[in-house]
Design a protein around this ligand. Sequence first.
Ligand code: ATP
Ligand code: MG
Length: 300
Amino acid sequence: FSINMSQLELEEELGRGNYGTVKKVLHKPTKVYMAMKEIRLELDSAKLNAIIMELDILHRAAAPEIVDFYGAFFIESCVYYCMEYMDAGSLDKLEGEGIAEDVLGRIAGSMVRGLKFLKDEMQIIHRDVKPTNVLVNKRGDVKLCDFGVSGQLEGSLAKTNIGCQSYMAPERIQGESQNNLGTYSVSSDVWSLGLAMIEMALGHYPYPPETYENVFAQLTAIVHGDPPELPDDRYSQSARDFVARCLHKVPSMRANYAELLAHPFLEEDRNRHVDMVGWVARAIDYREAKSREQQKQQQS
Ligand code: ATP
Ligand code: MG
């Protein structure tokens, strides 16, 4: 079936990114809550139609680690994209002061299986692996969203924000500055996965902007500095090795998805019980307490 705006009841805003706004909506005919992303594109309707057609292949992308796609449409110069609503939000808002090893293992396992599915079954490279694009629900499911399905869409988005919080692999940062867009391969996603894991362990982006004079210095650190590591006081040797296998500066030295799935860190994960539902509930409580605190500070 196809979705259109008249069937949707708009609810609260869930977040805002570089390219648009995400709102919670109720699809009235099915009574299903969805997340609707609005992307403003100054394109003619033929181009917008081509994008909608490309997005359509997302209907085939059904896997437990991938956010469900419900449909897309355009109005004037905006593309609207409807997907599964994830009621705990994205990992950047759940990481608190850092995520413990057992939960990190569960998240890493889901991410690797999701990325492997996209590559093997859909021939898609994600291209934008980062904590805001990993979504969680209160059942404890972890799913990927915002992967590069539509070449037309990617090409139309203004690449405004390379800096600040870059999860791009060193070779991509260099390729970008040399205007060489052909350097992107699946191993660049593996770097981003490793960097996202470090961020989840620390509770903040691993190359904090306040440490660097400017974005150029920060990108230079990614390209020329040593890759970051998991802290050795809170994570096991196998967790640290897993991340190190992702954060190799030379792309061909990074592990592939099959190797990551067979890694002791994910093997241990498969053999232990992890209370994901409890973790999500505590992470939401923490987030809400934090935001109440901030509101109080702003009032006083
Ligand atoms: P960027 O623009 O760089 O990709 P982003 O991923 O944060 O950054 P959006 O993809 O526009 O930007 O998403 C904005 C926010 O909306 C996300 O950070 C996430 O918290 C929330 N969000 C996105 N999709 C969903 C969803 N399906 N369910 C619940 N929340 C969502
Ligand atoms: Mg996103």
